[in-house]
Design a binder for this molecule. Sequence first.
Ligand code: NAI
Length: 462
Amino acid sequence: MASYDVIIIGSGPGGYVCAIRCAQLGLKVACVEGRDTLGGTCLNVGCIPSKALLHASHMLHEAEHNFAAMGLKGKSPSVDWKQMLSYKSTTIEQNTKGIEFLFKKNKVDWLKGWGSIPEAGKVKVGDEVHEAKNIIIASGSEPASLPGVEVDEKVVVTSTGALELGKVPKKMVVIGAGVIGLELGSVYARLGAEVTVIEFLKFVTPGMDGEIQKTFQRTLKKQGLTFVMGAAVQKTDATKTKAKVTYKLLKDDSEHVVDADVVLVATGRKPFTEGLGLDGLGVEMTKRGQIAVNAKWETNIPGIYAIGDVIEGPMLAHKAEDEGMAAAEQVAGKHGHVNYGVIPGVIYTHPEVANVGATEEMLKEEGRAYKVGKFSFMGNGRAKANFAGDGFVKILADKETDRILGAHILGPAAGDLIHEICVAMEFGASAEDLAMTCHAHPTYSEAVREAALACGDGAIHM
Ligand code: NAI
């Protein structure tokens, strides 16, 4: 038995970042992880592997569609799926080993096994019970199940199985037009699969700005994805190699069946708290099955904290990281803080989608007076040179004060471009502040400046 200042349960982006920050603040810290490798869902079966496949499939798309126009001749590459999976595994390994190195460097003990909390101040891992003045739960989330749909991770898969398919399917049905469905759906569409996305709502990516939703769906349609909107999936019937997906159209209640080689279920995730012993401890939960915490990430049990996907808020790696750092600071007697109003969201398709702050729909609902500055990537020289003119930057600013309230980008490197707006928002900047900042030419970032200019006297290149 060992004794620690802090034991963190889970080594995903929330847990490992929290562990490192605790160590940096002089605390004796251990992190419990039951997987063979560190990094949680994000590094092992989520963000990182999916980005490897998104990158590889985008390269193929470029070769097939744009190389000839640039004077790059020759046969387009064909897909060596085994090698692509091996590239993906190498990427995962480099990242998970990186965390192991950081743990050693910062003297964070890795307690290998699945942890539970028999009582406050104690964490059980395997047969050993360790003492901890503070326990931070960072056990993440798992795919939510859908009634009538049985996942076998071969034919009917979650994102985990979708990253390990035996081959590129001919026909893929994706249930849910959220982030996972569209990222992985577009990977397989680019690799040659016929992809049909079935979505309950009338629009894709719930919660995003309406104008972005429409343009994004149109862009994906142009890339070959088929959408069935306003449709509730009722069930799947799978054999070892194929599946039938039954759905009902909400507008007329009619039932339809579609065939698939692989069905990806991407209808949301739920907090993963199984086996922690929370019931026995009397940890308070929200109605949605999340661990209830206060503004310092404390649960109702003294000395037990929770961060990341197990608590409320968007299930995003970077939100968990921020909470991890802030909770570590709280435990160390400092004043960790997270600005939940400035958390970017990114969809890593091509083009990418990124957003921060309020949507136009939210501002309308609040009855707030606002102005919109928009700029199309068609007017951006760099984007045109790179065959990346699809999409736009949209900045929403307060009509009176010009303070930036939100931003929405569909376009090249949107996930990187969004951050200058995040920084501006952190500093309470106005659209004019952004517009007056010199931006290097020729860069995609100029489109952000132009959108800021469009909030005032007007964009130059439009
Ligand atoms: P999601 O919540 O983003 O989307 C699920 C979609 O499924 C919704 O549009 C919903 O209307 C639809 N749906 C639900 N039941 C249905 C049914 N019976 N028939 C048809 N459609 C149905 O969930 P997703 O994509 O599974 O992602 C889970 C979580 O992981 C999200 O919180 C997401 O933010 C996070 N994530 C974030 C990524 C990123 O930041 N790039 C990447 C991957 C996941």
